[in-house]
Write a protein that binds this ligand. Structure first.
Ligand code: ADP
Ligand code: G3P
Length: 497
């Protein structure tokens, strides 16, 4: 009997591979950061070769001395929306990957809006028209890379999000597939039929031949080429990282909400088997599909969360390691009136303002690095409240508990502030790597490593529960100040043109 599932988690700033055992315990982890390519303001790219190279070397690292026969299956999860276009004749990408955070295609979105397709896009895909999603990134590549349009029309080019690209490489170019949760982030998937939408493809002028086959999140849809890891291993789980985190948090019931604090922060609420549209500027997205069971989610997406801490470290240089942010923030009793809106690449939910830019407001002679660090941390919690308030308005009921995970959820002071600001309990599981765990669960279910979702529920273990203790009136006052700060950050880029 194989004893492990290998999860490949290809994130925005690093690739990770984690081996899980049957009790969902981590047996080994390997992680590697890779280059962030920043060609111009608001633009972010990755070299697909870096994504592949770092992912495969961490997979080898996590496997270590484990015999490959011990691995039942591979699950893949990934930064979503990030767009790769490659030539199937050579396997070579025609350009760097355009990362989800990149605003390079904002003007294409303006154009789509002016062409009057905004409402159709919203109704059909559940998304808002924004440079965040893959479609405008593909249009950008077809319009700017020399020869790309013709090659696409001649059927030579393939598009994939990172899941799809990894499967292409893992199978030695044999499988061009994406799972339905990743497909739902492209602005090309019809969320009712769960097929690519021909009307939208025509509006975007994207040839259907570029698009991958859509598969379930759990199922035996591919296997590794023996030349890659040395053996044929089923690839049987695949989901975008936020959907995978929801699955790893076992948010299987309608109304359950998780928030992942990684580079960005993403709150997903399970809304059951119908794709209800948000009235409060949230996204409707596919959670997962397993056989005939489809689960939808309402999503709030924040573009900069943990990345603000990276900016304190690499941009401002006031800390040397991310973990130093907590002690620095604790050198001051409160934020001293400083509010930090980290709109480095515009604002996501619920504002959807590509022209907002980062703002630190309320500075005085007495402001210290401690205040800036505190305001930076608080910005993650304030942005989360923005999303959760929108979610509560959509759901019509207050949230009982928020399940948290991701790199920045290790920060206890932040989690305490989050619970105080929301007035809602916050629960953190023992495994904060819920993204990888979700991918492992999906892969393991498909090959009988785990029997059922009920069994998975029993594997969720609590690390710590945070309870609100602060004065709610004071929290509301701070939140009002935050909203004023957001107002000041908005439309900045446009105003400067
Ligand atoms: N102690 C900490 N407090 C706040 N943020 C942190 C802390 N440690 C790490 N982070 C942030 O967490 C993020 C990494 O989380 P992770 O889930 O690995 O992200 P991703 O999957 O997006 O690459 C980084 O942006 C980092 O700045
Ligand atoms: O890399 P992460 O964990 O910040 O996730 C990125 C999201 O998938 C973008 O939608």
């Amino acid at each position: 009997m194989p004893r492990y599932i290998l999860a490949l988690d290809q994130g925005t700033t690093s690739s990770r591979s984690i081996l899980f055992d049957h009790d969902a315990r981590i047996v080994s982890v390997a992680q590697q950061e890779f280059r962030q390519i920043l060609p111009a303001t608001g633009q972010v790219e990755h070299d697909p070769e870096d994504l592949w190279g770092s992912q495969i070397s961490t997979a080898e690292g996590a496997l270590g001395k484990v015999a490959l026969e011990e691995v039942a299956a591979i699950g893949i999860t990934n930064q979503r929306e990030t767009t790769i276009v490659w030539d199937k004749r050579t396997g070579k990408p025609i350009h760097n990957a355009i990362v989800w955070q990149s605003r390079v295609s904002s003007s294409i979105c303006d154009r789509l809006r002016s062409e009057g397709v905004e409402d159709t896009i919203r109704q059909k895909t559940g998304l808002v028209v924004d440079a965040y999603f893959s479609a405008s990134k593909i249009i950008h590549l077809l319009e700017t890379v020399s020869g790309a349009r013709q090659a696409a029309e001649d059927g030579h080019l393939l598009f994939g999000t990172v899941d799809c690209y990894l499967v292409w490489r893992l199978t030695g170019g044999k499988r061009h597939v994406t799972d339905v949760s990743n497909a739902s982030r492209t602005m090309m998937l019809n969320i009712e039929t769960l097929e690519w939408d021909d009307e939208l493809l025509a509006a975007y002028k994207i040839p259907r031949s570029m698009l991958p086959e859509i598969v379930d999140c759990s199922g035996q849809f591919a296997e590794t080429d023996p030349a890659v890891l040395g053996r044929v291993i089923p690839i049987s789980g695949m989901a975008g990282d936020q959907q995978a985190a929801s699955f790893g948090q076992t948010c299987f019931d309608q109304g359950m909400v998780k928030n992942t604090y990684g580079t960005g922060a993403f709150a997903l609420m399970n809304i059951g088997d119908k794709p209800v549209l948000s009235k409060n500027n949230l996204l409707t997205t596919v959670g997962w599909r397993i056989g005939d069971q489809v689960s939808y989610a309402l999503e709030g997406s924040i573009f900069v969360a943990g990345a603000v801490v990276q900016w304190l470290r690499d941009g401002l240089g006031i800390i040397e390691a991310s973990s130093e942010v907590e002690p620095l923030a604790e050198t001051v009793a409160d934020n001293g009136g400083v509010y930090f809106v980290p709109a480095f690449v515009g604002l996501g939910a619920p504002y959807w303002d590509p022209h907002a830019r980062g703002t630190i407001i309320g500075l005085s002679r007495g402001t210290t690095g401690g205040h800036i660090a505190r305001a930076a941390l608080e910005s993650m919690a304030f942005q989360t409240r923005d999303m959760i308030e929108a979610m509560q308005r959509d759901a019509g009921v207050p949230l009982q508990v928020l399940q948290v995970d991701g790199g920045a959820s290790v920060n206890n002071a932040l989690m305490q502030f989050q619970t105080d600001l929301l007035g809602t309990r916050v629960r953190r599981p023992k495994i904060s790597e819920t993204t990888a765990l979700g991918a492992a669960f999906l892969a393991g279910l498909a090959v009988g490593f785990w029997e059922s979702q009920e069994e998975l529920r029993g594997l969720w273990r609590l690390d710590r529960e945070f309870e609100p203790t602060a004065d709610p009136h004071k929290m509301d006052q701070m939140y009002t100040r935050w909203q004023e700060a957001v107002t000041r950050s908005r439309a900045w880029e446009r105003a400067g043109e």
